[in-house]
Design a protein around this ligand. Structure first.
Ligand code: ADP
Length: 759
């Protein structure tokens, strides 16, 4: 168990030791559902104990974090024993789903609720209920069932509800320093390049640092004034200034080239590593995230991090050096004057701190509104047919006008603020220079310093503002980068939910026996999609699965190929629990021909050879012939070399299906899963596909989700599913004789066929 039960809670139960606890859960709502309360349900092998706690401080999970009563209230929590219910007196335990919360209900002589909880605790509640039932039935509870893989909805440390669903990241408690450390370790891989970049940047600034000195002190005081080392040598000084500018430029160019190289390398490596990590993950991970979100991760976050390496590390070092260098030179030249010109700097920094967050917010608002506007445009363009068919052009225009108006408002406030604040900041910066002129001018007149020195000073102070601004923005930029890094590391660290056991069995050649016993599965806790499904397929047999849409047929077949793990019960292949088999041996011997035929970008031959890229052209043609695809392929402009997929030749639904059958023929699996398409095809295509499927099924164990009666008649055994349960089973004839749900479906199917003939 990942969470630990507090010792104080246990201390109330005299008879129970920590080692006796099988499982426990915390109920965080009062049973009347009106407020928050705190009750612990603690399960041991003989009883379910209830302990309530009253807290001096009632805590409550809210979006900003745990809300507490004022600090003065002393924080004392007292625990009270409520009751112990012996397991033998519990007839049944169930979890009732309410809106965003749930109830633990037990049935003794009568039914009563013993705890209420918010949805975050649903997974634990469902487990508790299942363990009570198992203990009562004297079934074994496996350790991996007790392990908590459930997702919490709020941060365990500060109580803040996670802002993004499916991502257990609390922006407040995120360990930014640890992430930073990890990023730096990645930077280690580019050490040489970064050192070179910093070196050239430093050379670039150092040579740049000389120029103000040459232009001020040397040019004015020595050359023009005819005093000192460069008296009268204006030409030489100009040449020197030009030379240093050129050298500085040269260093700058080299550094930019190196930087561009680093940027490209970093982005390439990061994207490759995120993509690779994603391939490893289970299907569930992808279903929880939106595709757009994941694409953002691969692209935007990698780009964001690229800035960390490229504009971050090296610029930070160089800007820090610049600030130190320039300030030192100025202090050496005249420390009093230096301190005077620093007067506006704190004001500039304070102003930036105050204004920039506001500017950020305005910029975000503008960004959001432009996104809404874009979404509206794309919606209305894609839905043009609907818009026109319903004559809704005016409404659409008005909708767009509103969005347009909102955007224009946001744009105006952003620009207004921007155009006020930047001139003010600019002026403050200038004041540094003016102060130098004021005090410096006075000093020049009294002969304390020279005119050239003042010129040098003014140039230096302007050179200082860039790096200071960079340092000021670094906090924002840093947290931005750390968030992007966090998102990338999250993918790299994600543990596949369907994981292979360390000592997984590699089945060289499956016989193809499938045994499903008492299997229960749900995508979400306490919402089973399949319940107590049991059946058996002998090697070579064909099992047909029928039922209405949403009955759980696809879920069932996905579980057999272990795209998910069952919640309860087990699936065995050739007598081995699928959890104990190596994933590669499963995937190489189980083939899926599904409704969603995915055609990758590439030639038809490549698409057929997807499962076995090393096969010969003869194999591909042979497979295509069995799949009845050869004829239509040869009629295509480039035959087997025709490019299909995104941007390529469009294949019809029936053609895609035959390609996928050919793919499966080549894959030659021992177990075949057939998720038959519902799409209506013309009779001839349907016949061809039927033929292809019949030759594919030959000699393999097949689980077929069938919509066509012709497929069902071939099945050795049929399972009729409804709402996640097997409601009827038997052969086609047996089921027809039973005159139940299956017979009804067959009747409807026949009527539909007749209708089609009439039409
Ligand atoms: P069928 O194949 O019989 O049409 P499915 O197995 O696709 O049925 O779906 C069974 C139920 O599971 C449906 O209620 C569906 O909404 C739900 N379901 C399917 N896939 C998911 C998923 N990835 N996450 C949550 N619920 C799902």
């Amino acid at each position: 168990m990942n969470q630990k039960l507090k010792a104080e809670v246990l201390s109330v139960l005299q008879q129970v030791k920590a080692s006796d606890v099988v499982y426990w859960m915390h109920c965080d709502r009062s049973k009347d559902g009106k407020g928050f309360a705190s009750t612990y349900l603690i399960l041991t092998s003989v009883a379910l104990h209830i302990v309530s706690s009253t807290e001096g401080q009632i805590t409550q999970k809210i979006f900003k974090g745990i809300q507490r009563t004022p600090k003065e209230t002393p924080r004392t929590t007292t625990y009270q024993f409520v009751e112990s219910i012996p397991l033998h007196s519990i007839e049944k335990i169930s979890i009732v789903n309410l809106v965003a919360s749930g109830l633990v209900v037990i049935h003794e002589q009568e039914e009563r609720a013993i705890g209420a909880f918010t949805n975050g605790e649903m997974a634990r509640a469902a487990k508790l209920a299942s363990f009570v039932t198992k203990l009562k039935n004297q079934e074994e509870i496996r350790q991996d069932e007790i392990e908590d893989h459930s997702e919490q909805a709020s941060c365990p440390k500060c109580g803040m509800i996670y802002p993004e669903e499916g991502r257990q990241i609390c922006p407040k408690c995120m360990k930014k320093h640890a992430i930073f450390g990890r990023l730096l370790s990645i930077a280690g891989g580019y050490k040489r390049l970064i050192v070179l970049i910093v070196l050239f940047m430093l050379l670039n600034s150092a040579s740049g640092l000389v120029i103000p000195y040459l232009q001020g002190t040397v040019l004015f005081d020595q050359a023009l004034n005819n005093t000192g080392a460069f008296a009268g040598q204006i030409g030489l000084v100009i040449v020197l200034i030009l030379a240093f500018r050129t050298i500085s430029l040269g260093f700058g160019v080299v550094f930019s080239m190196l930087n561009a190289k680093l940027a490209a390398n970093v982005a390439f490596d990061l994207k490759a590593s995120v993509f690779e990590s994603m391939q490893r993950l289970s299907l569930n991970f992808f279903q929880k995230k939106q595709t757009g979100q994941l694409m953002t991760r691969v692209n935007n976050d990698a780009t964001e991090l690229q800035y960390f390496f490229v504009d971050g590390i090296s610029f930070f070092i160089v800007n820090a050096m610049n600030i130190i260098g320039i300030t030192t030179v100025m202090l050496i030249m005249d420390w009093k004057l230096t301190l005077i010109c620093f007067i506006p700097i704190p004001i500039v920094i304070l102003l930036m701190r105050w204004v920039f967050p506001k500017l950020w917010r305005l910029s975000w608002r503008r960004h959001r509104r432009v996104s809404i506007m874009n979404a509206l445009i794309s919606d209305s363009i894609r839905g043009t047919r609907v818009v026109k068919a319903f004559g809704k052009e005016r409404q659409e225009s008005e909708r767009f006008q509103r969005a347009n108006h909102n955007f224009s408002d946001a744009e105006q406030s952003f620009n207004l603020m921007g155009s006020t604040i930047f001139p003010i900041l600019n002026m403050l910066t200038q004041i540094g220079g003016i102060l130098i002129w004021a005090f410096g001018g006075w000093k020049v007149m009294s002969g304390e310093i020279s005119f050239g020195q003042i010129m040098t000073f003014v140039s230096y102070i302007y050179m200082l503002y860039g790096p200071i601004q960079f340092m000021n923005n670094i906090v924002n930029w840093w947290s931005y980068c750390m968030t992007a890094a966090q998102r990338i590391f999250e993918i790299q660290d994600a543990v596949p939910e369907v994981a292979e056991q360390p000592d997984a069995i590699h089945l060289e050649r499956m016989k193809g026996e499938i045994q499903v016993s008492n299997m229960t599965f749900g995508y979400e806790p306490n919402k089973p999609v399949l319940q107590n499904v049991t059946f058996r397929a002998k090697p070579g047999q064909m099992i047909g699965v029928v039922g209405h849409s949403g009955a759980g047929k696809s879920t069932l077949v996905n579980l057999i190929s272990r795209l998910y793990d069952v919640t309860d019960g087990e699936i065995r292949i050739d007598g081995h629990n699928v959890r104990s088999l190596s994933i590669s041996s499963m995937r190489s011997q189980i083939g899926i021909v599904s409704q969603e035929v995915y055609v990758f970008m590439g030639t038809i031959a490549e698409n057929i050879a997807y499962a076995d890229p090393d096969c010969t052209m003869e194999d591909i043609i042979h497979a295509a012939k069995i799949a009845n695809a050869h004829d239509f392929i040869t009629k295509l402009p480039d035959g087997y070399d025709t490019i299909v997929g995104t941007g390529g030749h469009n294949l019809s639904g029936g053609e895609k299906q035959r390609i996928s059958i050919a793919r499966a023929v080549l894959h030659n699996p021992r177990i075949l899963i057939l998720d038959e398409a519902t799409a209506s095809l013309d009779t001839e295509t349907e016949l061809q596909i039927q033929e292809a499927l019949e030759s594919l099924i030959e000699g393999r164990t097949t689980i077929a989700i069938a919509h066509r009666l012709s497929t069902l008649r071939n099945a050795d055994y049929l399972l009729v599913m409804d709402s996640g349960k097997v409601v009827e089973e038997g052969t086609h004839e047996q089921l027809l004789a039973r005159d139940g749900m299956y017979a009804g479906m067959v009747k409807k199917h026949d009527e539909a066929l007749k209708m089609r003939e009439v039409v």
